[in-house]
Design a protein around this ligand. Structure first.
Ligand code: PRP
Length: 182
């Protein structure tokens, strides 16, 4: 067992439940992208675990690229000003872009990405997010497909971090308040 598991007060979505939802998201994408080869973009670092499982569950051939955005720094709430830390390796013009996120929270990251990639001439733009946290939204934006909706709890695991830890927990869990209230 991951030694950081003790910092979770409960498991919200076990690995098996996530795997089922990943399969459903992949089937939804396969139907949407039939006959095309989308450019799947993982928004690092949080989405990387979901991304790897999702593209492997898809039957549609994809190309992959990666972009690092950061909005939280080492704190626990969004700064509202996501910054590009690492850009894509290749152009997106004329491509069907599949953007893969771990969570849509305030929505600022998604708005920024839509503006940025739309401005670069992407042909179509589809957003799949593992988690949606609508209670925290500050801008009117949403993913085209979300696997789970969550309340305003501090969640970690399956890619999501607190202070760069907990990303490799195989499930999504709720962090004990004493961990982040220290
Ligand atoms: C998280 C998450 C999303 C973004 C969502 O990234 O991965 O990209 O925040 O928040 P928002 O809707 O409030 O913009 P973070 O900046 O924490 O970086 P990380 O992916 O490296 O954990």
């Amino acid at each position: 067992m991951n030694e950081l598991a003790k910092d979770c007060e409960r498991i919200l979505f076990p690995a098996e439940t996530i795997a089922e939802e990943v399969k459903k998201a992949a089937a939804w994408l396969d139907a949407r992208y039939e006959g095309t080869m989308p450019l799947a973009i993982s928004v690092l670092k949080g989405s990387v675990i979901f991304f790897c499982d999702l593209v492997r569950a898809m039957k549609t051939p994809v190309q992959m690229d990666f972009m690092t955005l950061s909005s939280y720094g080492s704190g626990s709430s969004s700064s509202g000003m996501p910054k590009i830390v690492m850009d894509l390796a290749a152009p997106v013009d004329g491509r069907d872009v599949l953007l893969v996120e771990d969570i849509v929270d305030s929505g600022h990251t998604l708005v920024k990405l839509k503006q940025l990639l739309g401005g670069r001439g992407a042909k179509s733009f589809t957003v799949v997010s593992l988690l949606d946290k609508p209670s925290r939204r500050e801008v009117d934006v949403q993913a085209d497909y979300s696997c789970f909706t969550v309340g305003n709890e501090f969640i970690v695991g399956y890619g999501l971090d607190y202070d760069q830890r907990y990303r490799n927990l195989p499930y999504v869990g709720v962090l004990k308040p004493e961990v982040y209230e220290k």
